[in-house]
Design a binder for this molecule. Structure first.
Ligand code: AHR
Length: 626
């Protein structure tokens, strides 16, 4: 295939084509990206989930029970753990399972705290131990300051002296029964953090955050997804509940079958975006919840005002009402916020009434109010033109695609003639070819053929990068111990993180950003491609995928850029997969089926780069200097 690329005449891109959606699904927030190690740390209650002793066990026959004291730790943490000793002497206490184990490493500094109420003279012992052998890997004594009249916080640092051989470990707190004169003590908000990504307090788990950072993401869609909408219009994700000291954060009624702590809140999301250099795509609740609850027009102003408050919190000056709250939480400088999305998938949830009211009044009212206050914000509808909405200017659309790879390939030119800007707010290959439909079973893991299908659609989006704001992989991470959505770019357990086949494709595509597309010969299938340049590096870039070539043969490519001289060096990276297109990376063994080949090639005397691409491969050629 001969491809000539012109030197001008393309479109400027916005520079942030790749990213991901994060919401707490698959325990990807609590027990995942959010580094807290203690499960059910504050016995929280929400509309759907009662307080429980889930994750907690007695040490030395102490009697554990949940109490609602007349003076709780806070207005929102009203249940606490009462630990009663069956004997008058000796160590008693309680221990926590962590989120399916705890990763314990020597010389790693764990930072913990817990609140106590009750008379106790003596010391607490906080320790990390094996569940199997009982071996202690590290422990620390914490002097009691506890009194019966008020809750007192105890803080400590614990540095194990040896590595645990596996993650089947527990965190325990014990005390000397003889020092607890009333026979029992009350505990709450028992927390333990390993070192976090970039050392942020209440921050992110390092290995997961690094796997995300290595994707070179520049787009971060938060906080959902279904999580934004909540199960009912009493339990939507209220950002105000996620700010400030942990003791003042009520639980969130998780929409994916588990209680959420609200520990991973708006500020933590914003700090993470800052740490990774990501543009935020902020979803604001728009009065539609997953059960179909719809806020009528005459009551919608409350949520419009709430969205404006949230925007002010993020980007208002420190002198503004909500900007000053942000400043009081340690971030006086406003964040950048250019993208605000109204609701999530209103075309799907509560349809058709939800979608009708979205078009009739909910989207127009949010669009008008937000752009009146912030004309530079790109307001995004939670559906696309393909959902039957001719989105009013200056709004943008959001297209979500969870599909078979064949569908993703067939959609290569889907946005060529769409005028309205769109974000691809959620995408992934999730169904095998021919075996799907929205409700069909997902593949057990992302697979190579699916990843190549994603690449074809991504290339199609990049060709339209003047109108496609960017594409977000969704959902992005999965805890292998409890999940409801199999296909994610990253999988993890308490001590292991693995990257899927899709991770490698998204990484390569994002590692070579185009600032401008360039017109090129159009002859697509089985080779799909986009060409452009990067003004910052001065490089000319070509990204391609081969999907279903005739008889599976290699595809020869002769590529010339009008403005690239003969003898120019380029780095050519080619990703190929296993023979079986359904081959996956295995999160249990860590086996990676993706092969990466990198070499430097030069344009020949006709000024062309010549190379061959195997069937089911993706490739990037980049002339940027190394
Ligand atoms: O990404 C998983 C879910 O899929 C999202 O929460 C929702 O928006 C979509 O239906």
């Amino acid at each position: 295939i001969d491809i000539s690329v012109k030197s001008t005449g393309g479109n400027a891109t916005n520079g942030h084509q790749y990213g991901f959606l994060h919401e707490d699904i698959n325990n990807s927030g609590d027990g995942g990206l959010y580094a807290e190690l203690i499960r059910n740390r504050a016995f929280q209650i929400s509309e759907r989930f009662p307080a429980t002793l889930d994750g907690w066990h007695s040490v030395n026959d102490a009697k554990l029970s949940l109490k609602t004291l007349s003076e709780p730790l806070s207005d929102v943490l009203v249940t606490s753990l009462n630990v009663a000793s069956p004997k008058e002497q000796g160590q008693v206490g309680f221990q926590n399972d962590g989120y399916w184990g705890i990763d314990v490493k020597a010389r790693r500094k764990y930072t913990g705290s817990f609140w106590v109420k009750g008379t106790y003279s003596g010391q607490f012992t906080a320790s990390l131990q094996s569940n199997i052998t009982g071996q202690t890997f590290g422990s620390v004594k914490v002097k009691s300051q506890s009194t019966p009249d008020k809750w007192t916080e105890h803080s400590f640092e614990l540095t194990p002296s040896r590595d645990a051989p596996n993650s089947n470990n527990t965190f325990a707190i014990t005390f000397d029964a003889s020092g607890a004169k009333e026979g029992s003590l009350d505990f709450n908000l028992i927390s333990l953090f390993p070192p976090t990504f970039k050392g942020r307090k209440n921050g992110m788990r390092v290995d997961i955050a690094e796997a995300l950072e290595q994707l070179h993401p520049t787009l971060f869609r938060i906080p959902g997804g279904n999580m934004l909408e909540g199960l009912t219009n009493r339990t939507w994700w209220d950002w105000k509940n996620t700010l400030g000291p942990l003791k003042d954060r009520p639980a969130f009624t998780g929409v994916w079958g588990y209680q959420q702590t609200n520990g991973l809140g708006l500020l933590e999301y914003l700090e993470f975006a800052e740490d990774l250099g990501m543009e935020i795509v902020l979803g604001v609740y728009d009065g539609l919840s997953l059960n179909g609850d719809i806020t009528p027009k005459d009551q919608l102003q409350f949520f419009i005002d709430d969205a404006l408050d949230q925007i002010e919190f993020i980007r208002g000056p420190a002198s503004s009402k909500w900007g000053s709250v942000r400043a009081s939480l340690g971030h006086p400088e406003p964040w950048k916020l250019e993208y605000v999305e109204i609701g999530n998938e209103d075309w799907l949830a509560g349809a058709p009434k939800g979608w009708d009211t979205f078009k009739e009044y909910r989207f127009p009212l949010f669009l008008e109010a937000i752009n009146k206050a912030y004309p530079d914000i790109q307001v995004i509808s939670s559906g696309s033109v393909y959902d039957g909405y001719d989105i009013p200017a200056p709004g943008a659309g959001d297209y979500h695609v969870y599909a078979e790879p064949d569908t993703l390939v067939a959609e290569f030119s889907k946005f060529d003639n769409v005028k309205q800007p769109h974000i691809i707010g959620e995408m992934a290959a999730i169904h095998p070819n021919g075996g799907s439909g929205w409700d069909g079973p997902q593949q057990p893991f992302p697979w190579w053929g699916g990843a190549v299908g994603e690449a074809v659609s991504l290339i199609g989006y990049e060709r339209n990068a003047d109108r496609i704001i960017g594409a977000a992989y969704a959902p992005i991470i999965r805890n292998m111990n409890r999940w409801q959505w199999a296909i994610t770019a990253i999988q993890f357990t308490a001590d292991k993180v693995t990257r899927s086949t899709s991770w490698y494709i998204w990484e390569l595509m994002a590692a070579h950003p185009l600032t401008e597309t360039l017109p090129a010969t159009s002859q697509f299938g089985p080779l799909y491609y986009v060409a452009g340049k990067n003004d910052k590096t001065g490089g000319h870039i070509f990204k391609a995928a081969v999907y279903n070539s005739t008889d599976g043969a290699d595809v020869p490519v002769k590529l010339s850029f009008e403005s690239v001289e003969q003898g120019t060096a380029a780095e050519l990276t080619i990703l190929t997969g296993p023979k079986d297109p359904y081959g996956s990376n295995d999160p249990f063994t860590g086996v990676n089926v993706v092969k990466t080949s990198k070499k430097t090639i030069r344009s020949d005397k006709t000024g062309s780069f010549q190379f061959s691409l195997p069937n089911l491969s993706i490739a990037v050629l980049d002339t940027s200097p190394p």
